[in-house]
Design a protein around this ligand. Structure first.
Ligand code: ZN
Length: 318
């Protein structure tokens, strides 16, 4: 080969290499549910190809994956789950999809000390009737999985996600870390905003009644009491005595913040509100984002929507 030919070949080789880099598909990342998916997308941006299994408006607690959902996990570079029992169906999908080598999995709640909740809230569909009537015997307590409802915990989620992305997509590790830090700063501002908003409500009025017990972390972080709408959920039929107690509590404590939430049947809460003489003040988003044209299309939008509604309703009647 002459020197001249070698020189001509070099630019062609370089062009080929840059084409290959530009055409390399971004690594596939699969998140179990919509809120987690948004946190992952905020960090990974266009550097990743994200797939969310339980999408907008889908109840993750009772999610039944289809066989095609399992296909999505095959060949993924990274899987992201909430953990704490919220999305154990995702673990089963991951096990079923695992080939020779299991795909790395980020547990977004890693490092979080969970608070606990009564088991029946999220297992009522498995026939928890007898448990609900045995409160005096001491209900079983399990870790509360809804940690994202505390924005400080969501920052932990983002850092865990960034660590996983940086290791699964090492070529872009710095970009993932930088995006995560910028997002964490935004979430710190969101956390401060939530505190400012709640502070405008007199302390004794910081009470909310809603359908499903998803706000334990929110309540603990921001000083709001969520009336245990225990059993008042899509699947459960609460006892007349339980409904009666809640109605008395809403009346006695002058609770004006009453919300539907989630995807299920809201008739029990609506009846309860009617009998207590209070108005349902809208819909909160707890476990899933809204569709893109809805009020909770991202994690940040969801928190702002919920807090704005709660604060107005806690202050007094509409
Ligand atoms: Zn939930």
């Amino acid at each position: 080969m002459t020197a001249r030919r070698a020189l001509l070949a070099l630019p062609l080789l370089a062009l080929g290499a840059s084409r290959a880099a530009a055409q390399a598909a971004p690594p596939a990342v699969v998140a179990s549910f919509s809120i987690l998916g948004d946190l992952v997308q905020q960090v990974g941006g266009s550097r990743i190809a994200l797939r969310v299994i339980a999408g907008a408006g889908v109840d993750s607690h009772h999610f039944q994956p289809r066989p095609t959902d399992g296909q999505a996990l095959r060949g993924a570079a990274l899987l992201v789950r909430n953990g704490l029992g919220f999305d154990s169906w995702f673990d089963r999908l991951a096990r079923a999809a695992a080939g020779q080598r299991a795909t790395p999995m980020v547990t977004a709640t890693d490092g979080i000390t969970p608070i606990s909740m009564e088991a029946h809230h999220h297992h009522h569909h498995h026939g928890g009737t007898e448990r609900r009537t045995q409160h005096s015997a001491g209900p079983r307590r399990v870790p509360d999985p809804h940690a994202w409802q505390d924005v400080a915990m969501a920052q932990r989620y983002v850092r865990n996600i960034a660590t996983g992305l940086a290791s699964a997509d090492a070529a872009n590790a710095e970009a993932h870390r930088a995006a995560a830090e910028a997002y964490v700063r935004r979430l710190a501002e969101l956390d401060a905003w939530v505190r400012t908003q709640i502070a405008t409500v007199p302390a004794e009025r910081r009470k909310v009644l809603t359908t499903h017990d998803a706000f334990g972390y929110f309540g603990a972080a921001y000083g709001v009491t969520f009336l245990a709408a225990q059993g008042v959920s899509a699947e459960a039929q609460p006892s007349a005595a339980a409904v009666g107690r809640l109605i008395r509590q809403v009346r006695d404590e002058n609770v004006t913040a009453v919300f539907i939430e989630g995807q299920g049947n809201q008739s029990v809460l609506e009846r309860l509100a009617r009998e207590a003489g209070v108005q349902v003040r809208g819909r909160l988003y707890a476990d899933a984002l809204s569709r893109p044209d809805g009020p909770a299309a991202s994690y940040e939008a969801m928190m702002r929507h919920n807090v704005t509604l709660m604060v107005a309703a806690m202050r007094g009647p509409a």
